[in-house]
Design a protein around this ligand. Structure first.
Ligand code: C2E
Ligand code: CA
Ligand code: CA
Ligand code: CA
Length: 278
């Protein structure tokens, strides 16, 4: 790569050139992958901590390239976000998750909630409400069984616009969870102003929970915050029984994690749900 220097301040290093080319390459591959149907969703069950009964699932995006390689979402989603491709991908995810919700309902699970991750760029796109409404309308999915997960960092920005967007979403009957909660710095007063339904305790705080009394303090705080504000709380990334028991003792009502189930294919989810029934 050619090295550039402007007034001695900016150096375009060889390594950076490679990295940018790699990102551009991946963006094109992802666009092609979307068109070729290489994207699909996995569904991770969410359970009631007291009864261990499933009540819903989170849709998680997967990409298997034509040569059989799995690209982790943490690698391709940031690229989709930067390139704007996430708007199109996110619309597909919403529709597909709603369609899956309808298949789950057709299998007899009528009280089942589908959670869908929504990126900042997707949520703030002027057509977002239209995309959401048509996903519901075209699939017939009932709005009250759909939940959108927005990240805490996203909830912290441009409050006016966000409050208005959340109000529009809530008017459709769709609910909102704040994902990765505890990693940002939402104040109580800020949260009160946002019309959200659920807080999702980030995995890092669930991991720390068994370490020490201090380790569990953030999880305990989020659970208490949820209770004070009348919000539902779910813990993510629950991997072992001790974590589940401590969370339950702290008053956390809901959980998700490898202890209960990994993200599953649609068929595996239905089989798993069948096996959970008494
Ligand atoms: P997230 O929303 O925080 O999703 C939870 C991640 O934790 C998922 O990783 C899930 O597979 C993983 N996980 C669940 N239980 C456990 C556990 O017990 N232990 C551990 N170690 N991990 C667990 P995944 O599927 O790789 O997704 C990574 C991130 O990619 C997600 O984090 C989310 O931010 C993003 N993402 C996934 N699907 C979508 C999507 O459709 N749209 C958008 N915008 N982002 C998505
Ligand atoms: Ca999530
Ligand atoms: Ca999360
Ligand atoms: Ca997380």
């Amino acid at each position: 790569a050619k090295s550039q220097q402007r007034g001695g301040h900016f150096t375009f290093s060889r390594g950076m050139g490679v990295e940018i080319r790699e990102r551009v390459r991946m963006m094109h591959a992802l666009r092609g992958g979307l068109e070729r149907g290489e994207l699909f969703l996995a569904y991770q069950p969410q359970v009631d901590l007291a009864t261990r009964r499933p009540f819903g699932a989170e849709a998680l995006l997967r990409w298997r390239t034509a040569d059989g390689q799995h690209v982790p979402p943490d690698r391709f989603i940031p690229i989709a976000e930067h390139s704007g491709l996430i708007v199109e991908i996110g619309a597909w995810v919403l529709r597909e998750a709603c369609a899956e919700l309808m298949r789950i309902r057709a299998a007899g699970q009528l009280d089942f909630t589908m959670s869908v991750n929504v990126s900042q760029a997707q949520f703030r796109h002027p057509q977002f409400m239209e995309v959401l409404r048509s996903a519901l309308l075209d699939t017939g999915a009932p709005a009250r069984y759909l939940e959108l997960e927005i990240t805490e960092s996203m909830a912290m920005e441009e409050p006016q616009q966000l409050v208005e967007m959340l109000a529009q979403v809530k008017r459709t009957g769709v609910s909102i969870a704040i994902d990765d909660f505890g990693t940002g710095f939402s104040s109580l007063s800020h949260l009160q102003g946002l019309n959200v339904d659920r807080l999702k305790i980030d995995r890092t705080f669930v991991t720390e929970i068994t370490g020490s009394a201090r380790g569990s303090s953030i999880a305990a705080m989020v659970i208490q915050l949820g209770r004070n504000l009348g919000l539902s709380v779910i813990a993510e990334g629950v991997e072992d029984e001790r974590q589940a028991q401590i969370l339950h003792a702290l008053g956390c009502p809901l959980a998700q994690g490898y202890l209960f189930a990994r993200p599953l294919s649609p068929q595996a989810l239905l089989e798993w749900l069948g096996g959970q029934q008494d």
